[in-house]
Every structure is written in C-alpha cells, then in structure tokens.
Ligand binder design. Structure first.
Ligand code: F6R
Length: 611
C-alpha cells in the first residue's frame, strides 16, 4: 500500500515524480503529496487522487532537481491534507515519505511528547521522522547515521525516503518488508515502489533488500546494511516495456487486462506446455519433484482473488494428484497455531508478491520446516525471493486494482503444476493427461471466443445495474468462480454480493431470494450439471432472477434462466478459466454503468503491504 517515488538528477524533479505517482496510484489514492528542494524545502500535499494535487499546484514555481512524492492508502489517521505525506520534521529541515506501518509508534510518540515534540498529523510516519530528527540532534550525527540508529528501534514494515534541506544533493532511503526499486540512470537516480515510474527513463534497476539503506546522489549510489557495511548493488535489466503499463486505447486498465487474457494465458503456457511430445517443463517443479509428489499434504496460502485461485487448485490437485490439500487465508494462518510438518508443501499464491499477510504466513510455515513453493506474478518480489522454489505467472503488469488476468494466469500455473506432479506420481493415466494438455493448449483461443460476448454482457449489465444485492452460486470447480464473481462485483460496483456453493443455498441464503434478487449461476456442463439445474429450479420457484453462465447450446438451462451467457465447452477442470471471464466483464460493465472508478475502487489498494 502507498506508492513512493523520488528523483535526484539534472531533470525537473516534479514532472518525473507526478507521472510516477499516477502510475503508482493503484497502490492507494486517499491523498498525495510532493516535497521539493527549491529555495529551501517545500512540501505540497492534498487529500484525494493525484490529479487533485496536480490541479492545486498549477501555476506554482516547482523548479527542483531533487524531490520525493507519495500516494497514500490510509492506515494511521483518516485521509486528509494534514495526514498526507510527505511529512516534515519538527525543525522543518527534513521531509519524509513512508510506505508500511511502524508498529511501536505509540511508544516512540510518547517518548517524543515527553521531550516536548508536538505533532501535526495522526500518522506513524511523522513519529518516525521526529524520532530520526531527535537522534540526529542528540548524537550530533549525519542523517544517515541517525536513520540507521532509528531503524534499529523500529518494529514494523517500512520503505522510507528522506530529503534533507541541509544536504540537497543527497536522498536517503531504507527498506524492510515493503518494496523499493532504484533506477540507475546516467547522472541521475530514481526511487519507486515498483519499476513503473522508472521504466521510461532507464532499464537498469537495483532491488533494495530488507535492512538495507541507500544513499543516493545524482551520480552515486551507495548501499549499506544497518551495521554500516557497504553492499555491492546488484544492477539488473528490466524486462518490461512502457506500453505494458499504458491503457493502449481501452477506457480502463481493468478492461484492457480482461482482454489481454488470451495472450497472458498463452504466455503462461509458452515454453512450458509441449503438446507435440505431451510434456510439461517447469524448472521449479522438476527440481523439487520428489518433495512435491511425496508431500503428505499441500497447504495453499493466499488472500482475496489469489485465495480463490488456490481454492480452485484444491479441487484440481486432489482430483489429479490424490494429495490432500488445505486452502488457508494467510491472515488467519499466520495468527493461529497451525500444525505444519516438514513433509508438508506450502503453495503461496500472490499477484504482487508483496502481500504482508502472505509473507508472514510463509515465514511461520518455514519456521516449522515446510517447503515453500511460490506462485507469483511480479518478478523479483518479496514472496518470490523468500520461497524455496516457484513458478512465475507471467501475466505482465496488472494495474487495475481488481485482479483479472493475474487470476487466470494463477489458475494456469496451478493446473500445470498439478498435471506435472500427477504425471510424475502416476496418479493420472496417459489418456486423461494427454487430453488435458491438449485442452489447456486450446484455452487461449476459447478465451478469445468468450471475449466476443462483451457487448451482450454490457447490455446485461445495464439491465441489472440497479440491483442492491446479488447471489453467486456454483458447484465443484465452479464454486470458487462464484466466490470470485461476487468479489469482483462488490469491489468494482459496490453492490453487495455473496458467493455460495449452490447446494448450501438451501441452508440459509435461499431466504434472501425474491423477485428483486439477481442470482448468478456458474453452471457450465460438468459432472454437477443435473444438480445445479435443480438448484436453478429452486431459485426460479421463489421468483429469483437467474443469470446463468452456461456451456453454449445448453437448452435445459436456457429454458429456465432469465438470461444466459453461453461459453465454449471445456473439460470441467479447465472450465473456470472460461467461466470467470463473463463475471469479470459483468462486474466491469455494471461498475462503469454506475459511474464507479473501476480502476481505483474506493478504499482499496492493489498491493496490501499492511496486515
Ligand atoms: C481482488 C484483489 C485482491 C487480491 C489480494 C491478494 O480483485 O485483487 O483480493 O487478490 O489482495 O493480493 P496478491 O495476489 O497480490 O497477494
């Protein structure tokens, strides 16, 4: 959560920072601000999105060659001008931006209050900044030293970047638990939460590790640990193009990303699936195949949409590999006292690779001897690095806050893992294995066909946009898709929606059904088909409005439902890859029809780096 950008070098800092903040807005958009070194230290901040900050600064003299910027997802203190970052230290000499949470901030704040410090905001960030100022004053040391001492006392997660009025040619940054990338240009340096603000200027980057401090001048980068020892920066080449982070003619990133799915799924299969020789090549799986195929149990850990991918994988892995699977919310797993054995394999799923709960859950499982396999989208992210092995989902940069293409890529990778392990273990026969490989290969083309339904779904969205509630029902492989459809609708259109196993409905939720309630069935033709047809009848008997995602040509359901969305036939194991797409489009179009900001839904952020 929260996006940070900083620049030092010969360019005008403000336009670089502003553009960077717009690219990072997916991380939070409660307020934004910049601090610039021009004629002293100037701080400008504003509640609301980056565009509001930009508008408030029109006509100002913002000339500067060093600056820091922040876009906030509020944790400590409501969204307001006063709680917006950057914060300024008591003596007015330092400005700081922060992403993360300082857990012992109350204790530090009380110490500072006793010394006479006063606070202008409710944030933990201002406390840390004044704590640094206080250390510098007491020890008469340079800022770098004060930051190091302060961070040894800090409990929590942070990326911080400081500007110092007395040292205008230096930026100081540090990281623990939140992401930080340095862009290395010619005679200039960039800092950001991810590479998207940097890519336009340089492809050379350094990913800062936990407990590292970066001291940046225009033409110098020094990396140190908290023990003041120098570390050689590992400069990597970014494998990303600017076009990948632009809308490319679509109205919203969410729509662009939904439409990218034939390609992202293909990219995910590329080099892994060989249908000529009927093989799957995944280095991370192959190198650890003994561990995976002899796992006593697989525990899947994730949050949100990634958790829904995990739940789908539970059905697939148990069916193909005959290994028991449990699917855990990372936020619950990390705080209870779970029983994990060395023979257990943890599959951690995360688009961002930075979700705080998932990271801590991994650490807990690691402490108990489990083997961690990461399924992550963002290359080089924290979860990718702390896992013992893994497979990337290769969905490209996902900017829309609601996850779409990352979800289908996760499903593809998890299916490939299940197939590979099942084959090596001998729990799937040749015929089924070969059939599934060929079916998987055909998925990108079938996704393209589903996307042709966009206009039909847009019309449907207009019909149902006035709903206040919705129920999403599915069985078997399509049950997690019902959950995912409901989540997408909630987050994008703010319509209350619940996902449920279709058969569970009669144990309670059926009481909600009346002529006003849209009930979305995910009812493609599979081994549960007859059962779900009965569930549809139960809803119709109570006058509910049924919208059904069906296998094209299914006359039985077409005859009963109010509206149907017909998608291509697929093996039931792979059907979720198709059935989720109409639900993504339905949420998108309802959100747009209601005038919601679909790329930046209220209260959300793309990367949840706080617990
Ligand atoms: C919903 C959504 C979230 C994320 C969740 C986990 O559309 O995007 O529910 O899936 O915050 O994030 P990652 O996958 O980055 O760990």
């Amino acid at each position: 959560m929260c996006g940070i950008v900083a620049y030092i070098g010969p360019r005008e800092a403000y336009p670089v920072i502003l553009k960077g903040l717009k690219r990072l807005e997916y991380r939070g958009y409660d307020s934004s601000g910049v601090a610039l070194l021009h004629d002293g230290l100037k701080v400008y901040k504003k509640k609301g999105k980056v565009a509001e900050l930009e508008e408030s600064l029109v006509g100002q003299n913002l000339h500067a060659h060093a600056g820091i910027g922040h876009t906030r997802w509020a944790t400590h203190g409501e969204p307001s001008d006063r709680n917006a970052h950057p914060h300024q230290s008591s003596n007015g000499k330092l400005a700081m931006i922060h992403n993360g949470i300082i857990e012992n901030y109350t204790q530090l704040k009380n110490e500072l209050i006793r010394k006479g410090y006063q606070f202008k905001s409710d944030t933990d960030t201002e406390v840390l900044l004044n704590f640094i100022e206080d250390i510098q004053r007491n020890n008469q040391c340079i800022l770098e030293e004060a930051v190091r001492i302060a961070l040894k006392r800090v409990v929590g997660a942070y990326v911080i970047v400081l500007l110092d009025k007395d040292n205008p040619d230096t930026l100081i940054a540090a990281r623990k638990g939140s992401p930080l990338v340095i862009g290395v240009g010619r005679g200039e340096h960039f800092l950001a939460s991810d590479a998207s603000p940097i890519i336009e200027y340089t492809k050379e980057v350094v990913y800062v590790n936990d407990y590292e401090l970066a001291i940046l001048k225009a033409d110098e980068l020094v990396l140190k640990n908290l023990g003041n020892e120098k570390i050689t920066p590992f400069v990597q080449k970014l494998d990303m193009e600017l076009a990948a982070i632009e809308k490319g003619g679509y109205d919203h990133f969410m729509l662009k990303e939904i439409f990218e799915q034939p390609d992202t799924i293909f990219d995910c299969l590329r080099g892994r699936l060989d249908i000529t020789n009927n093989t799957i090549t995944m280095a991370g799986v192959l190198q650890n195949i003994d561990q995976l195929k002899s796992a006593n149990r697989i525990i899947i850990i994730a949050c949100g949409t990634s958790w829904h991918a995990g739940l789908t994988a539970e059905y697939i892995i148990e069916e193909l590999c005959r290994i028991p699977v449990e699917v855990e919310y990372a936020s619950e797993f990390r705080y209870r006292n779970p029983v994990v054995h060395p023979g257990d394999v943890i599959i951690a799923i995360s688009q961002s690779g930075e979700t705080a709960d998932t990271m801590v859950a991994i650490e807990r499982a690691k402490e108990q001897g489990a083997f961690i396999f990461g399924v992550v989208n963002v290359v080089g992210s924290s979860i990718a690095r702390i896992s013992h092995a893994g497979a990337y989902t290769h969905a490209g940069h996902e900017i829309g806050v609601a996850s779409t293409k990352a979800f289908t890529a996760q499903l593809v990778v998890l299916t490939l893992i299940a197939l590979k392990v099942a084959w090596e273990k001998g729990s799937v026969d040749q015929e089924r294995y070969t059939h599934l490989l060929h079916e998987l290969y055909a998925i990108p083309e079938k996704v393209r066909e589903v996307l042709l339904l966009n206009r039909q779904i847009e019309q449907l969205a207009k019909k149902y946009q006035g709903a206040t509630d919705a129920l999403y029902l599915g069985r078997g492989y399509n049950f997690p898709i019902a959950l995912e459809g409901a989540l997408k609708l909630k987050e994008i259109s703010y319509i209350h929606a619940e996902g449920y196993p279709a058969a569970e409905m009669k144990h309670g939720p059926i009481a909600l059904v009346d002529e006003h309630l849209p009930v979305v069935f995910v009812a493609t033709r599979d081994s549960y088909h007859e059962k779900i047809v009965s569930n549809i009848q139960e809803i119709k008997a109570r006058k509910g409005k049924v919208i059904a995602v069906i296998t094209a040509g299914d006359q039985t359901i077409t005859g009963m439902a109010d509206d149907t969305i017909g998608i291509p036939e697929a093996d039931e194991i792979l059907a979720p890859l198709l059935s989720v797409i109409p639900l993504q489009l339905l949420s998108y179009h309802i959100g747009v029809a209601k005038g919601c900001d679909v790329d930046k839904p209220r209260n959300l952020a793309k990367s949840v780096t706080v617990e």
